[in-house]
Ligand binder design. Structure first.
Ligand SMILES: [Zn+2]
Length: 147
């Protein structure tokens, strides 16, 4: 049963965990009891209803789908290889061009060399007959960390 609500250090609610998990957090001193059941104790702690993290957790990537988009991140994810020809890439190409509503997202951007970027222009890969060598995906935090 997920009985205990976990609050971030700034009191923003994060998620619910089992009592067991909550006790482990208390024991490891990553969280403290924020609200407890009256007159109930478990070991040395009051029975927690709500626990609060001791240090702030950046929720942007930790709990909500992946790291924030960045040009640098796209190049790191694609290992500076052009998504069209495989050559060294230093620019970002929008799969659906930004002039046509393509956004800065992990799935809509790839690393591309200057030549391919220019040749593709304001076209989709299909229109330009330039198939992608891989499907862009949201990178893991680890991939971005070890660039
Ligand atoms: Zn290229």
């Amino acid at each position: 049963m997920n009985a205990v609500l976990v609050l971030n250090a700034d009191l923003g609610p994060l998620h619910r965990v089992s009592l067991r998990h909550a006790l482990r957090m208390l024991w490891r001193q990553v969280a403290v009891v924020h609200e407890s059941e009256p007159d109930q104790a478990i070991g040395v702690w009051p029975m927690p209803k709500v626990v609060r993290l001791v240090s702030y957790v950046v929720t942007r990537w930790r709990y909500h789908g992946g790291p924030a988009w960045s040009r640098r991140g796209v190049l790191a994810r694609d290992q500076h290889r052009c998504a069209y020809c495989g050559g060294p890439a230093y620019t970002i190409d929008h799969v659906l061009p930004s002039s046509r509503g393509g956004r800065n997202t992990w799935l809509n951007t790839v690393a591309a060399c200057g030549g391919c970027n220019q040749r593709k222009g304001d076209r989709t890969p299909a229109e330009a007959r330039m198939p992608l060598r891989f499907h862009p995906a949201t990178p893991s935090w680890t991939v971005l960390a070890k660039r």
